[in-house]
Structures are given as structure tokens and as C-alpha cells.
Write a protein that binds this ligand. Structure first.
Ligand code: NAD
Length: 489
């Protein structure tokens, strides 16, 4: 029996992908629309039994997939990317429904999802080893790469498509089998991507998807499952720390992409209008719900007044609105708890001496979420408010003035995080010199960061472990084995 595709996305079903088949679970949970408060769909609610089924299927599928020649893995992944490309508009619509992000941003994210999957498909065919003839007297050696095993992938809601491509694409290319647990707020985008790979002929069990309303129980069971060799997680630092501890007893491979609190250093010779436009982009994209978002803006005194004036004016011009309306810059936040957290952080910042120069009001509240009017905090005193040490995960920037370049660098580095940073300077040389001094996995000089498959991405300090994307991103899913062969007599 053929069924109408859910929400107009070919292949999408509100079920679990288990051992190559779509299966219902004993229970379902509702996915809500943050822009309207309405229920979008009910999806299968996986529990412990389904964790066992998914991992068992992945473990059974692993040897076959690992032994599949790279060019054949390329074929399946490339076919999946092609199907996904045909479904971009439909999946983007679902993404906007479940996240509230403006439709143009969802389309852009889905195009990137396809692009990264395509890139990983090619990498699957390029995993060479090394041969060392005569490495020692009477010895030849091989250095070979092998898939690390079954991978548990846990993804967040803020980039629900792109994060799946980064993890699942790389792990499948490396020859691993994957059990994916998407965020409970955004299961549909992940299911739609898995459907494209499934429809492209990915062998049964190589990819399983467990949607669940109970991430702690299902996530813990997945990470501690004896047949899971590797954990790749993107999300908050608090959950990342917990998962690292859970994986420790079995010394599992752990890749963590965690929170950020990105600084921006605007030097006094920066091109003002460029800096303003780029910082607005780097802060307010996705309603500020991005790990690389430009949270803390440090401006050198000589241009501080002019920068702040133009920055505040540019932020006031941003239009919160209906995610499906052209011209909307910001959708609602993911959920009311996120709105409340930001409101508390803004209140604390003002208690600690910052001035709310614009925004901060709650708009269009419904049962799931609300918009937060884009806000700018300006710290006029010499000491920055202590609360700026926290990640503000929403449309709130803070501006702090500094005098010397050394002071700007010290303020930027005064954080436990180290994911992204930005430098604006009159010359690329000056910007590069400051970028080299900032402790961060990625630094944008005179521009916001863009996502390119070739460029490794990840955090220093409490922002994470390991790197995604680029060659480094595939290496995370490979073991290196050295085989020495002694010559016979
Ligand atoms: P979160 O940690 O609450 O959730 C992320 C994922 O972990 C979701 O799938 C969730 O269901 C799951 N999860 C929650 N509790 C769990 C538990 N106890 N055990 C196992 N899994 C669990 O994060 P969030 O607040 O939804 O996402 C925002 C955070 O993610 C921010 O801190 C942001 O900076 C970070 N982030 C980082 C990157 C990066 O690449 N470094 C990218 C995007 C988001």
C-alpha cells in the first residue's frame, strides 16, 4: 500500500528506521511549530528496546559496509545526495515548520546538506593507505585505515539537516554503520534525510534513526551500548561532558562539538559598515541560535561610538516575522524555555551594569515559543558584566569597549569556550596577526564564517574534542592499523 508522503516530503514517515525498514513504536510524541504553537506531526517515540534493535542491526551491517569498496559506497551516498537535492524545497519547508527558521535559511541549509553529503560521497572513494617497503631490515609495512565501528550520532535542533550531513555523511563514507538520534524538537528533518539515503539503496542496518522524547534515557543507552565504538555529538557543553564521562569506561572514540561564546574584535582601522553588516549576520542568523554566533563584540575605543550607533541601528532594522514570509530576518526561538533563559541572562547583564540599547521584548507568544526582539547590550564600564561568560543562545549581542590590541585579545580569550571568533581590521595582515593570537577552532577575518566541506571545524577548550568536516572529519571515524611483514628467511 502506498501512502501519501508526510508533509509532502517523498519517503518521509513518522517512524523509526530500523534494520532497513520503517517501523512504528509503542508510543509517539508530538512535534510542535514554534511559530504557531500548532502540532506538526506525531512521530515514533523510541525506547530502550529500539536502541538494542538499532545497534544490533548496525553491528550486523557493519562488516559488509566496511568491506564495500569505497567507489561503491560513493555510488550509494551520491545517489542519496541526488535524491536529497530533488527534495530540498520540501524538506526545507518541514525544517522551517519544526524550527521556525526563515524559509530562505532552511533552503540554504538543505543545499549545504546536499553539498556536504556529495563531498563525503567522493571522500568515500579516496581512503588510501600506505605501503612502506623495507621500512626496517627485512621488514615491509602497511598502514591501513579501517572504520572505527558502529557510531552513535546525536544531533541538535538548531541546524537539524546540516548537522546530520556532517556526522552521518562522514561516518558512512568512512565505512561505519550509524545509529542517529536527532533532537526531539526536530526529528522530521533528520527522518527526511535518512529517507533519501534509504531510498537510494543504503543497505539495511547501515543507518538507523531513533526519534525519541526521552533523550537522556535513549542517549545514555546508545552511548554505553557495548557494540557502539564511537560517539559523535553536537549540542550543549553540559550534555557533552556527561556523554564523555559515559563513554570513558570503555575508552570509546568521542567527538564533541559543543557550545561557543564567540568573541569579535573590531580594531580601530576596521571598515565600519562592513564590520557592522558582518557582525549582524554572524550574530542574528538563525535568530542567534548558532554555536558560532558572534556573542561578545569588543570594539576599540577610537571607533566604539560610531560602531555602536550603526550596529544598534542595523539591529533595529531586522524584521522578526513569519518564517514563510519573504523578507523575514528572524523567526521565533525554538521553545519558550529558550526565551525565558535569554530574558534571565539579559536581566542579569543589566543588573551587572550593561545598558539594553535596543530590543529584548517578547513578541508573538504561543504554546510552543515566542520571538525575542533582537537586542543589543552595551557595557559602558571598564569591567564587562560577568554573565557575558555564558553563551547567549539567541538574538542578543553585547558590545564592550577596549583600548589596546592586547586588551582586545585578552578579553576575547577570557572564556572557557573556543569554537569561533571574528576579527575586523583595516588590513588583512593586521587581522591575521590578531587571529593568530585568539584561542579558537575557527576565526573569521573581516567576514562572518562560511561552511565549506574542505575546512575542518571544531572547538578548543570546553567547545569540544576533535574536528568535523574536511579530511580531519573523516579521520575521526577511522582507525589506523599498522601491519609489519617480516621477509622469510
Ligand atoms: P542539547 O545538548 O540539549 O541537545 C543536543 C542533543 O543532545 C539533542 O539531540 C538532545 O536530544 C540530546 N540530549 C539532550 N540531553 C541528553 C542526554 N542527557 N543524553 C544524551 N543526549 C542528550 O543542546 P541544545 O541546547 O539543544 O543545542 C544547543 C547547543 O548546541 C548550544 O550550546 C550550541 O552552541 C551547541 N551547538 C554546537 C555546535 C558545534 O558545532 N560546536 C553546533 C550546533 C550547536
Amino acid at each position: 500500500m502506498t501512502r501519501e508522503p508526510l508533509l509532502g516530503v517523498p519517503g518521509l514517515r513518522p517512524e523509526l528506521l530500523l534494520d532497513g525498514a520503517w517501523r512504528a513504536a509503542a508510543a509517539t510524541f508530538a512535534v510542535g511549530n514554534p511559530a504557531t504553537g500548532e502540532r506538526i506531526a506525531d512521530v515514533a517515540d523510541a525506547g530502550l528496546a529500539e536502541v538494542d534493535l538499532a545497534v544490533a542491526a548496525a553491528a550486523a551491517a557493519l562488516p559488509g559496509w566496511a568491506a564495500t569498496p569505497g567507489w561503491q559506497r560513493y555510488r550509494v551516498l551520491a545517489d542519496g545526495a541526488r535524491l536529497l537535492a530533488e527534495r530540498v524545497e520540501a524538506i526545507a519547508r518541514v525544517m522551517s515548520l519544526e524550527t521556525g527558521k526563515p524559509i530562505a535559511e532552511s533552503v540554504g541549509e538543505m543545499r549545504n546538506t546536499v553539498r556536504f553529503l556529495e563531498w563525503y560521497s567522493h571522500e568515500a572513494a579516496r581512503l588510501p593507505g600506505e605501503y612502506w617497503p623495507g621500512v626496517a631490515p627485512g621488514r615491509d609495512a602497511y598502514v591501513v585505515k579501517e572504520p572505527v565501528g558502529v557510531v552513535a550520532a546525536i544531533t541538535p535542533w538548531n541546524f537539524p539537516g546540516f548537522m546530520v550531513a556532517c556526522k552521518v555523511g562522514a561516518a558512512l563514507a568512512a565505512g561505519c554503520a550509524v545509529v542517529l538520534k536527532p533532537a526531539e524538537q526536530t526529528p522530521l528533518t533528520a527522518l527526511a534525510i535518512a529517507a533519501a539515503l534509504h531510498d537510494a539503496g543504503l543497505p539495511a542496518g547501515v543507518l538507523g534513526v531513533l526519534t525519541t522524547s526521552d533523550p537522556a534515557t535513549v542517549g545514555t543507552a546508545l552511548v554505553t551500548h557495548p557494540d557502539v565504538a564511537c560517539v559523535t555529538f553536537t549540542g550543549s557543553t553540559a550534555v557533552g561532558e556527561r556523554l564523555l564521562a559515559l563513554a570513558a569506561p570503555a575508552i570509546k572514540r568521542v567527538l564533541l562539538e559543543l557550545g561557543g561564546n564567540a568573541p569579535v574584535v573590531v580594531l580601530d582601522d576596521a571598515v565600519l559598515d562592513d564590520a557592522v553588516a558582518q557582525v549582524v549576520r554572524a550574530r542574528y542568523l538563525n535568530a542567534g541560535q548558532a554555536c558560532v554566533a558572534a556573542n561578545r563584540v569588543y570594539v576599540q575605543r577610537g571607533i566604539a561610538e560610531a560602531f555602536t550607533e550603526r550596529f544598534v541601528a542595523a539591529v533595529r532594522a531586522l524584521r522578526p516575522g513569519d518564517p514563510f514570509e519573504a523578507g523575514t530576518d528572524l523567526g521565533p526561538l525554538i521553545e519558550l524555555a529558550a526565551v525565558e533563559r535569554l530574558e534571565r541572562q539579559v536581566a542579569t547583564a543589566t543588573e551587572q551594569g550593561a545598558r539594553l540599547a535596543t530590543g529584548g521584548a517578547r513578541l508573538g507568544e504561543n504554546a510552543v515559543s515566542a520571538w525575542l526582539e533582537p537586542a543589543v547590550l552595551v557595557a559602558e564600564g571598564r569591567a564587562q558584566p560577568a554573565v557575558l561568560a555564558e553563551e547567549f543562545f539567541g538574538p542578543v549581542a553585547s558590545v564592550v569597549v577596549f583600548d589596546t590590541e592586547d586588551e582586545g585579545v585578552a578579553l576575547a580569550n577570557d572564556t572557557r569556550y573556543g569554537l569561533a571568533a571574528y576579527v575586523f581590521a583595516g588590513t588583512a595582515d593586521r587581522g591575521l596577526a590578531v587571529a593568530r593570537r585568539i584561542r579558537s577552532g575557527s576565526v573569521g577575518v573581516n567576514g562572518a564564517l562560511v561552511s565549506e566541506p574542505a575546512l575542518p571545524f571544531g572547538g578548543m577548550g570546553e567547545s569540544g574534542l576533535g574536528r568535523e568536516r574536511g579530511r580531519a572529519g573523516i579521520e575521526e571515524f577511522l582507525e589506523t592499523k599498522t601491519i609489519q611483514v617480516a621477509a622469510r628467511g
